[in-house]
Design a protein around this ligand. Structure first.
Ligand code: KIV
Ligand code: ZN
Length: 388
């Protein structure tokens, strides 16, 4: 019987940190790693230790600091990379080496100019070598999304024989459609000998905006680890967003797939990552964007004021947002004005509200948003009118 727990493998500090313009020093990485551990992620990919002395030190310090999550270091299928990663991880409670090689025709031909047989040989050798240092070895088949399924299955079978504990099936270029990616995972489950003894992992990029959908399709088809980043930051269009997959699984309990993430920390973690990394989040970003719980049209505002569930599928408190926002614009109706006015201390009669609403519309047509300060002004005018 397969476990229904989805492990969250966070790669904010590795794939996320590869974003142009975003450079964190070790101290900043430690603060984020500690938060990720507190958030409840299962694995923290702390960096690519061979890439620079700075990255080595960061991985080493994170390995010393993190108490609960496994700490992982990335390598190519190269002995030196693996030795250096093992050294950086030697103080970790739960060290994991993440090694692998490209398996698509394009990677085999253009990156390695090698044969498929040679790629399998290097993959097996890397896993076997990593097993000398740690028990937990994750293998990635880079560009698995564009790799022929039969060859991918062969690679997976061979690395399982060499001792891989986790099989990462990256859609490196964000090419797959959800059904295609889900079918790939199912194909591996049905065709790879020994697969029941390892965890299949989804690692999806967002080039077509499908990273989250693909990861969920992978999990529904038997993957039990999702690789993701806070706010979906990462190479090019980014990676699967941690907050999205976690909330999708929470909001769809019939899938029977759970994570250990403390969702109430999601918003705060998102803020921490955007500030430390200098990477703003678009206002309409799902779950953590500034408008994710803001209602601005009259019809929606009226519904939400009567009952939040009319237009909200997530309770904002569940992700650490204090409350939904009713944003007053020229599209807002009387209900929204009365609601905001009450929040700042004005209980309006029907006649007062009618009068106030006319003035409100003048304000709203002049400016994009009517804020509390404007409502005070509007109320002064209402009082004058009612005194007359
Ligand atoms: O996208 C990718 O294929 C990767 C691997 C190195 C795991 O980031
Ligand atoms: Zn990646």
């Amino acid at each position: 019987m397969q476990s229904d727990k989805i492990q969250i493998f966070d790669t904010t500090l590795r794939d996320g940190e590869q974003v142009p313009g975003c450079k964190l020093d070790t101290q900043q990485k430690l603060v984020i790693a500690e938060r990720l551990d507190f958030l409840g992620v299962d694995v923290i990919e702390a960096g690519f230790p061979v890439s620079s002395p700075g990255d080595f030190t960061s991985v080493q310090e994170i390995a010393k600091l993190v108490k609960n999550a496994a700490v992982c270091g990335l390598t190519r299928a190269i002995k030196k990379d693996i030795e250096i990663a093992a050294d950086a991880l030697k103080f970790a409670n739960k060290p994991r080496i993440h090694t692998g090689i490209g398996t698509s025709d394009s990677h085999i031909q253009y990156k390695f100019n090698a044969s498929k047989k040679e790629v399998i040989r290097r993959a097996k050798e890397a896993v076997l070598y990593a097993k000398n240092f740690v028990d937990d070895v994750e293998f990635y088949a880079e560009d698995a999304g564009r790799t022929d399924n039969a060859f991918l299955a062969k690679v997976c079978e061979e690395v399982i024989k060499s001792g891989a504990t986790v099989l990462n099936i990256p859609d490196t270029t964000g090419y797959c459609l959800p059904e295609e990616y889900g079918t790939k995972i199912k194909y591996l489950k049905d065709n790879v000998k020994g697969i029941e003894n390892v965890i299949i992992s989804c690692h999806c990029h967002n080039d077509l905006g499908l990273a989250t959908a693909n990861s969920i399709a992978g999990a529904v088809n038997g993957a039990r680890q999702i690789e993701c980043t806070v706010n979906g930051i990462g190479e090019r269009a980014g990676n699967t967003a941690l907050e999205e997959v976690v909330m999708i699984l929470k909001q769809h309990p019939y899938l029977n797939l759970q994570t250990d993430i403390n969702t109430k920390l999601l918003y705060d973690t998102s803020m921490m990552v955007r500030e430390r990394m200098g990477m703003p989040v678009q206002p309409n970003k799902a779950i953590v964007g500034a408008n994710a719980f803001a209602h601005s049209s009259g019809i929606h505002q009226d519904g939400v004021i009567k009952n939040r569930e009319t237009y909200e599928i997530i309770n904002p408190a569940d992700v650490g947002v204090i409350e939904s926002a009713i944003v007053l614009t020229a599209r807002s109706g009387r209900a929204a004005l009365a609601y905001r006015a009450k929040k700042i201390g004005y209980e309006l009669t029907k006649i007062q509200l009618d009068t106030a609403y006319k003035t409100f519309l003048q304000f709203a047509d002049r400016q994009k948003e009517v804020i509390d300060e404007d409502i005070h002004q509007i109320m002064k005018q209402v009082n004058k009118i009612s005194k007359i």
